[in-house]
Ligand binder design. Structure first.
Ligand code: NAD
Length: 516
């Protein structure tokens, strides 16, 4: 049986084809989107059709037509072509005399990403309104590709002695096969880099499912994979919503799932993966503490806390330092500087290069964040000193929320314990190091922690006591291909980046040769 390619499948579906036409009518009239899409190939348009299928599912006039969509996604994931490409690709890496061919494929892809950074950055803005000044995080995608390309000819194993014999005991690492990568809306390109690059370097094929809310940059990445000559079927970009994600997780041909998103969704993913005992990596949210000690450089700490807190991506970042713990000796001085940085920041149109803080992702998100603020005020979780409202004036039509600061926050409150995923931070005063560590760890999450201090001994001592996958001392959460990133506790398990991130896409085999 021949499995249709993604393109054949989408093109063959009349409802999606019609939606594509509707979409292009709108896009070609849009002064911002039109130039971005102008160069896209016919194949890519078919990809967009699939995305549209999900987007328009939310519009009642299309719901009936597309009722069967998840089932079709499942059908598409027959994965015949992908499986075929996977085995060729894996052979190229593991057995061929010329792994350079695979290596140059990933290097060419990194080059193509570099050449298209501006496009990718603009698509990032359209995907989730991240200010263009940060949207260049496509460069991380390029770095991950270059970094992991270098592993292709270095995927070595080990030999170990065996007690009581001279047997040869080999420990080797092999790819899983076809792996599924599910991304959140805030950063599909970073996740493409941190997951697709090592998955390919390890010899796997990938089905990448970006969020239905933000599929554009990932689709362009998929197109670049094809442009540089990676075989069709090796990297599949399938934008879909929860039903499509669930179909991917349940598919018996998917050998491992890498999921980045919220903890509530992760629980569903783990339940669905249980059907086939499919292994899952989870990269989830956080409620990260940012500890400002009395000896910190307060100007630098204020700058970092504002940008790592409410400003960057309007607080919609898994790494948001949403709990700022401040030593009592510098509390008032720090708060003054912190607020000054926030108030001096430019909020507005994410396509303006001067803007550091844009809107939140949707009306629903804006309503949810404002409800969190209102509840915190009503329950007296802390004292609201800055922000708290939706922005008016010229920005009234957008989903703009003022960067918001509460001081004197009770760490047991919902405000301090729930991931707000918006521009809202809690300031909490502490008296000594032990109290700072205790409050920082008093959360279900464990993704990042930040420490501002000029005392080297304290930096080491505190970092070792913090329950977090990453501890950033006097610096931002600066994700890099060399650093294993991920969480502990309810922030997830498994890592992206570093050798640890590569090993997530390899399974271990032990081969023993008896020596008689
Ligand atoms: P989400 O959990 O709503 O969705 C994540 C992805 O899962 C989307 O692609 C979505 O379509 C898909 N999905 C939804 N239901 C599914 C199901 N039943 N089965 C399979 N897939 C399903 O998260 P979001 O709102 O897109 O992203 C925000 C969350 O992601 C926050 O909690 C944030 O902290 C987290 N995040 C974590 C990291 C990290 O590296 N740790 C990075 C970015 C975002």
């Amino acid at each position: 049986m021949t499995t249709p390619t993604l393109y054949e499948w989408a093109g063959g579906h009349e409802a999606l084809r019609r939606l594509t036409e509707v979409f292009y009518d709108q896009v070609l009239e849009d002064p911002i989107l039109a130039p971005v899409f102008a160069h896209m190939s016919e194949n890519h348009r078919e990809h967009v059709a699939i995305w549209l299928g999900e987007v328009f599912r939310g519009h009642s006039r299309y719901t009936d037509e597309l009722g069967g969509y998840p089932a079709m996604l499942s059908h598409h994931l027959g994965l015949g072509l992908t499986e075929e490409q996977r085995s060729r690709w894996a052979a190229l890496i593991a057995r061929s005399a010329d792994p350079d061919l695979a290596l140059s494929g990933l290097v060419d892809l990194a080059d193509a990403v570099r050449e298209n950074l501006d496009d990718l950055a603009r698509l990032n803005v359209h995907d989730y309104a991240v200010p263009i000044s940060f949207a260049g995080n496509a460069i991380l995608l390029e770095r991950f590709l270059r970094h992991f390309a270098g592993y292709i000819d270095k995927l070595h194993g080990a030999t170990t002695p065996v007690t009581g014999s001279f047997d040869i005991n080999l420990i080797e690492r092999e790819p899983y096969g076809v792996v599924g990568v599910i991304t959140p809306w805030n950063g599909s390109l970073v996740v493409s880099g941190s997951c697709v690059a090592p998955a390919l370097a390890a010899g796997n094929a990938v089905v990448l499912k970006p969020s239905e809310v933000a599929p554009l940059a990932a689709l362009r990445f998929g197109e670049l994979c094809m442009d540089v000559g990676l075989p069709a079927g090796l990297v599949n970009v399938v934008p879909a919503g929860p039903e499509g994600g669930d179909a991917l997780v349940r598919h018996p041909g998917i050998r491992k799932i890498h999921f980045t998103g919220g903890d509530a969704t992760a629980r569903k993913v783990l339940q669905s993966a249980a059907a086939n005992l499919t292994p899952v990596v989870t990269e989830l949210g956080g409620k990260s503490a940012n500890i400002i000690f009395g000896d910190a450089d307060l100007d630098a700490a204020a700058m970092l806390s504002a940008h790592q807190g409410p400003l960057m991506q309007s607080g919609q970042s898994c790494a948001c330092a949403s709990r700022v713990l401040v030593h009592e000796s510098v509390h008032d001085a720090f708060v003054e500087k912190f607020v000054a940085v926030i108030q001096a920041s430019t909020i507005g149109d994410p396509l303006d290069p001067q803007v550091v803080c844009g809107p939140v992702i949707s009306q629903g998100a804006a309503d949810r964040i404002l409800a969190v603020i209102e509840q915190a005020v009503t329950q007296r979780s802390g004292e609201l000193i800055v922000g708290g409202k939706r922005l008016g004036g010229e920005l009234a039509q957008g989903y703009y929320i003022e960067p918001t600061v509460f001081i004197g926050v009770d760490n047991a409150s919902a405000l301090a314990q729930t991931e707000t995923f918006g521009p809202v931070v809690s300031v909490i005063k502490f008296s000594d190091e032990a109290e700072a560590v205790r409050v920082a760890n008093d959360t279900n999450y464990g993704l990042n922690a930040f420490v501002q201090t000029t005392n080297l001994s304290r930096a080491h001592r505190v970092a070792r006591q913090l329950e977090a996958g990453s501890v950033w001392i006097n610096t931002f959460s600066d994700i890099s291909p060399q650093g294993p990133y991920g969480g502990c506790k309810q922030s997830g398990f498994g890592r992206t980046g570093g050798l640890e991130g590569l090993h997530e896409f390899l399974q271990v085999k032990n081969i023993r040769i008896g020596m008689r």
